[in-house]
Design a protein around this ligand. Structure first.
Ligand code: PEP
Length: 238
């Protein structure tokens, strides 16, 4: 089974999300479909017959006094199963630190949910890519238990929303590097997704990557017909 995780980011109005939710029931997949809408729309996604629910973020501490944040306990009460953590937009635009990311992963695991840990290098860091990725993994994984639940999303920052993607050979090599590193250091078999400009134009190419466990999809996931094409093309691979 593979994972197809839709990250809506800060998109879609109430009317648009209502239309979107109406159409989800027409999607069929033998893979795991996950939707991560804006958190204000999580209650619209409670009919989880053919999909699971994810959140785009969680607070780095338990429920209580923290204006504007959302606690893991609140996400759990809305049947959220997956939580995206460490997305480059939060790391770079909102200055989310490695300590916060580590804390979030801890809370997600403690609550028996699945962290989707995003890691990736900037364009100018490509030559140092392996170190960047290993450091991001180590910072998030330090002092954690039940790490076998974690999903890693390899998202090269230069590929997010740009239409550019690494070659299939590069993705194969990096995915294997991540899996081998995590296995050797943490004794777990980690699932690794690719994210960054996945589209109906490159999905055939991406599906050639033999060791990838699925995709984290931003922009393309906002259009349910495009998402349907991707889901169907992945079905051919099952
Ligand atoms: C993302 O930011 O998680 C992402 C994959 O975005 P996009 O597909 O739009 O590049």
């Amino acid at each position: 089974m593979k994972w197809i995780i839709s990250n809506h980011k800060m998109n879609l109005t109430k009317k648009e999300i209502e239309n979107y939710v109406d159409q989800i029931s027409t999607l069929k997949s033998s893979n795991e479909l996950v939707f991560c809408p804006s958190s204000i729309y999580l209650p619209y996604f409670q009919n989880q017959v053919n999909y699971s629910l994810g959140a785009q973020n969680v607070a780095d501490r338990n429920m209580g006094a923290l204006t504007g944040e959302i606690a893991i306990q609140q996400l759990k009460s809305l049947n959220v199963k997956y939580v995206i953590v460490g997305h480059s937009e939060r790391r770079n635009i909102l200055n989310e630190t490695e300590e916060m990311i580590n804390q979030k992963v801890k809370l997600i695991l403690e609550n028996a949910m699945v962290p989707v840990l995003c890691i990736g290098e900037k364009e100018e860091e490509i030559n140092d890519r392996e170190n960047i990725l290993m450091n991001e993994i180590d910072s998030a994984f330090t002092n954690q238990v039940n790490l076998d639940q974690v999903i890693i999303a390899y998202e090269p920052i230069w590929a997010i929303g740009t239409g550019k993607i690494p070659t299939t050979e590069e993705i194969t090599t990096i995915t294997q590097m991540i899996k081998d590193y995590v296995h050797k250091k943490y004794q777990i078999f980690c699932r690794v997704l690719y994210g960054g400009s996945v589209s109906i134009n490159n999905i055939d190419e991406l599906n050639q990557v033999p060791n990838i466990d699925g995709y984290l999809i931003g922009g393309t996931s906002l259009d349910i017909e495009k998402l349907r094409v991707i889901i169907e093309k992945m079905e051919e691979e099952v």
